[in-house]
Design a protein around this ligand. Sequence first.
Ligand SMILES: Nc1ccn([C@H]2C[C@H](O)[C@@H](COP(=O)(O)OP(=O)(O)OP(=O)(O)O)O2)c(=O)n1
Length: 156
Amino acid sequence: MMATNGTATCKDVQTNGEVATPSSPLPNNSQRFTFSSEPTMEDIRRMQAEFTDERDWNKFHQPRNLLLAMVGEVGEVSELFQWKGEVAEGLPDWSDSEREHLAHELSDVLIYLLELAEKCRVDLPRAVLQKMALNKLKYPASKVHGSAKKYTEYTD
Ligand SMILES: Nc1ccn([C@H]2C[C@H](O)[C@@H](COP(=O)(O)OP(=O)(O)OP(=O)(O)O)O2)c(=O)n1
């Protein structure tokens, strides 16, 4: 069950994976922004697996199709930013409706990303920790502070 704005927060996720009484995930710009601690990536993976199973859609959700679906949703995110010029952090000039639309499209990207990772047998929470550790090695803060250069552009 989804609320009228179609969005949900973690505290709305019940133990059976269903979603009830969603409240807005849209940020209050005056506060420092953090994510809710739930749902976890595994929660979302499981909920999407249930959604797919219930509809007999696994036959369509092979890795390549999921990749194409995810890229399509990335395109939908891009459309929201298209022709707007620079957009400041927190999207101060965006309407609530535009923010809600963005939240939906980013969610679509994440849902497909997590299902793609599942179908490719990539344990994404663990993989992202490994990758961030590699990023730190590649981009030591002491070396790259304040510079956006690619690591290949450093000579030493
Ligand atoms: N075969 C499908 C179709 C949909 N979904 C789920 C995952 C996405 O979160 C969302 C995508 O639905 P749509 O393809 O209808 O795309 P949008 O929700 O973005 O609608 P629109 O393209 O009208 O903006 O629904 C899915 O898992 N598998």
